[in-house]
Design a protein. Structure first.
Length: 145
């Protein structure tokens, strides 16, 4: 089973970007940890990080994944287009945020994705991606049974 991991704008800066919110792990490290987790779960993982909305949309359109794990970053709060891409292809997804968006500015408390997501994980840092992969594996397993 294939999982597409998508990371939105500014997440390429992880490691040095506002560590009080996002921790100190780099995106490369988060992705290699996710790769190891996916391997252990028997999932094949591909990763795309993009700062541009259209690149994320096209990655969704071109994906043949069974499941998507997405941190839409700032597009969480702005992008009807990215939401429509996910509902358009109909691939089930989990929304992940490193920070607890509900404990931050009011504009971060609305998501264009959450009502369409299988689940939402936030505030648990980089571990959130690991939890999302475990949940994806279970979701796919029960979908196949
Ligand atoms: C984020 C939260 C968003 O509000 C923010 O714009 C990000 C990262 C997170 O992972 O906590 O870029 O998605």
């Amino acid at each position: 089973q294939q999982v597409l991991l998508l990371n939105g704008p500014n997440l390429n800066l992880l490691g040095t970007r506002e560590p009080q919110h996002y921790g100190t792990l780099t995106l490369d490290r988060i992705v290699s940890d996710a790769q190891a987790k996916a391997d252990s779960l028997g999932l094949s993982l591909t990763h795309v990080q993009a700062n541009a909305e259209h690149q994320l949309i096209e990655a969704i359109h071109n994906s043949d994944a069974d499941f998507i794990v997405i941190n839409p970053a700032a597009y969480t709060h702005t992008s009807v287009a990215l939401r429509d891409a996910l509902t358009g292809v109909g691939i089930p997804f989990i929304e992940v945020h490193l920070s607890n968006v509900h404990a931050r500015e009011p504009f971060r408390q609305h998501s264009y994705f959450s009502d369409k997501a299988v689940g939402v994980i936030c505030g648990l840092g980089a571990q959130g991606y690991q939890f999302a992969l475990v949940a994806a594996a279970q979701y796919l397993q029960s979908a196949n049974n």
